[in-house]
Design a binder for this molecule. Sequence first.
Ligand code: PLP
Length: 372
Amino acid sequence: MPAFAYLDHNATSPLRPAVFDVMVEALRAGGNPSSVHRAGRSARARLDTARRQVAALVGARPAEVVFTSGGTEANNSALAGAGRKRLLVSAVEHDSVLKAATGGEILPVDANGIVDLGVLDKSLAASTEPALVSVMFANNETGVLQPIADVVRVAHAAGALVHCDAVQGAGKVPVDLHGLGVDYLSLSAHKFGGPTGVGALVVRSGAPFVSDRVGGGQESNRRAGTENVAGIAGFGAAATEATGGLATTEWRHHLETALLEIAPAARVYGAGVDRLPNTTCISMPGVRAETQVMALDLAGICVSAGAACSSGKVTRSAVLLAMGVESAEAEMALRISFGWSTVSEDIERLIAAWRDLYIRVGRSDIAQARAA
Ligand code: PLP
């Protein structure tokens, strides 16, 4: 049995061994991709390879890929660089979109976390000002998939551009930039086995984009600064390894069936709609998420509270609140996410530890737990 069960792939997926090897090779080789000598040309060749690999993951053309320092930068620069002052963003977006859209219009979601297309349509019709709509591909907490092709249809019909944060979708389920018709797509390497601190903004050719960074002309003048060659090479290798995504929802189904058998009043969020095959967001009646995370950690299992922010403090999940979940219940929500390194023993270990905790401190009924 592995030393511990890592079931927090939506936070960061462990580095894939093949990615590690590619990165070490690139670090050893060194070189600045803008230099014309052989060391520079070899670094440039690594970037070119990675650009092709990342483009292939999302059905894009290599020239459409702009490497960034991760998903946060990709989201920030899409919202700033599209040149549209009017922004409409869904209520369940990651903070790197929500906080970059201050003053923007928030699109509500339904009880399953799906954006309301009727409201989007009406809001766009209410003004002739050119807009950018930002809706994520898959939610980081619940795994719920948004109807992106429909968002694009409604938005484009109204003359708006569309940005899609695909940080949690890419490498887990197929994502196709041109098939979906989105104008901007954000990616992050560390969500599917690549290194942290590397990502990309994919800008559809023909979509307007002006970077607010100044400096060198790297990334065809779309992102100044010497590229993180080893990180990008690792990103490319991870993209190739992750192509095809996760094959099955079998483990998620097994896990949720088992947990609901243990605690029938527990609730799986977004259970009725399409979700990432690797993500379960579930409340344990009567047990706060922090308590669950700590107890499971002691049992050798790494998971997250529904809303774990970067400071490590647990706040109430804005995603669940936007879905209409009461705040006391949202505080009991745990996020379990698996990926390439998961083995079935990890899932069984989680089920056993969750059962122990529920028997010790859980409540059989969520209404009672809410009142407590
Ligand atoms: N978007 C989503 C949906 C995410 O889940 C995350 C990370 O948790 C980000 C953006 C930010 O990505 P990064 O950590 O690469 O900055």
